[in-house]
Design a protein around this ligand. Structure first.
Ligand SMILES: *Cc1c(COP(=O)(O)O)cnc(C)c1O
Length: 368
């Protein structure tokens, strides 16, 4: 079917899109089970920082009871923003909901970053920041965190150029688990550039930069319902920012970016926050138990975590091998191919029996 009209269509594509590195998302459970030749119920999947308890039972009930899926969702997000305002303690006009916080990252970067401009990113961190910057034709400038994965504020300052529109950091940081201090965040805000603080794991840490919104117009705080509320599959996240910024983002977003199922799930979750936050506390307790067990395994170094995952450093040169051997046993953790983390592995906190299986397997693989 290839004729001359089809030849070379890819050459019309924007070069920066054609050469994009794909963001590697998590692969579904059944696909993984199939690859490992293991029944899905035997697979331990701790690679996506997902919530092992699932969504609130009220979410499942509300989604089943709702009838009007033939209607479009509200493009102004009126009920959503009102409900979020109550949960977050900020006025509704400061909030924009997105198809996951990933969409808010994408919208923000499209609002600020043009061709040839850049965003400074303390790394290692969440891969979407660089990915979404590059989609805009911008440049992601990585600034290495220090030996404890703390943000090196001076190095960030030095990396800023006249083309720098802002910086993005996660707190707690994924995959290192540590938070950014208020002093560090203030120092970045003082540059006058856009500062995005991604608090995807806020509910596990209890820390937030939200109060700084009253002092700094250049701050945007991101949250998500994917991790603490167990709604990763329904895609709902949000950004909190100055009302002028929020109004612009509302005007440029796809009108129906948050689907009705996600909206219903969010509203039902917010009516069940005590249950969900109790589960968060269980996950935090399990994280601390897992940390204790991992610290007893010879040859593994763990990094302190304020989130729902633990970054482990494995013996030098063995990261990929141990990761592969875990996969063969049906234990899927997160591996990062990059130079700095090549001997690290990130384990999400799951159920107690999963913790025990991961710790036992790691002990066996590292020490035999
Ligand atoms: C998981 C994660 C997200 C993704 O959130 P969604 O709302 O599911 O898009 C954002 N930021 C960080 C740092 C994450 O780890």
């Amino acid at each position: 079917m290839k004729d001359s009209k089809q030849d070379g269509i890819d050459r019309l594509m924007l070069p920066h899109i054609r050469s994009l590195d794909t963001y590697q998302g998590v692969i579904p459970m059944d696909v993984m089970a199939d690859r490992a030749g293991i029944p899905p119920e035997k697979v331990i999947r701790l690679n996506g920082n997902e919530n092992p308890y699932g969504p609130s039972p009220r979410v499942v009930e509300a989604l089943g009871n709702f009838q009007n899926y033939n209607h479009y969702p509200d493009p102004d997000q009126t009920n959503l923003r009102e409900a979020l305002s109550g949960y977050l303690g900020v006025p509704a006009d400061h909030i924009v909901a997105g198809n996951g916080s990933d969409e808010i990252i994408d919208l923000l970067l499209r609002m600020f970053v043009g061709h040839g401009e850049n965003i400074v990113i303390p790394t290692p961190t969440f891969g979407m920041y660089a990915f979404s910057t590059e989609i805009c034709g911008g440049e992601a400038i990585s600034v290495e965190r220090d030996e404890n994965f703390e943000i090196n504020v001076e190095a960030v300052d030095l990396a800023i150029t006249p083309k720098t529109k802002g910086m993005i950091l996660a707190s707690p940081n994924n995959p290192t688990g540590n938070i950014a201090s208020e002093d560090q965040i203030r120092a970045l805000l003082e540059t006058g550039r856009l500062v995005v603080v991604d608090e995807a794991y806020h509910e596990f840490s209890g820390q937030t930069a939200m109060p700084l919104l009253q002092e700094y117009a250049n701050l945007v705080v991101l949250r998500t319902f994917s991790k603490w509320a167990g709604l990763a599959g329904l895609r709902i996240g949000l950004g909190v920012m100055q009302p002028e910024l929020a109004a612009t983002m509302m005007s440029m977003k796809p009108p129906y970016n948050v689907n009705l199922a996600a909206e219903i799930a969010l509203l039902a979750s917010l009516e069940d926050t005590p249950t969900l936050l109790e589960r968060v506390q269980n996950i935090v307790a399990e994280r601390d138990r897992m940390m204790g067990l991992l610290r007893q395994v010879k040859g593994i170094k763990t990094w302190p975590s304020q989130a729902n995952f633990i970054l482990c450093e494995l013996p030098g040169g063995r990261g990929k091998e141990i990761y592969d051997r875990l996969c063969n046993r049906g234990i899927f953790l997160r591996y990062f191919g990059n130079e700095r983390l090549k001997d690290h592995i990130r384990a999400s906190v799951g159920l107690p029996h999963e913790t025990d299986a991961v710790v036992a397997a790691l002990d066996e693989l590292v020490n035999s």
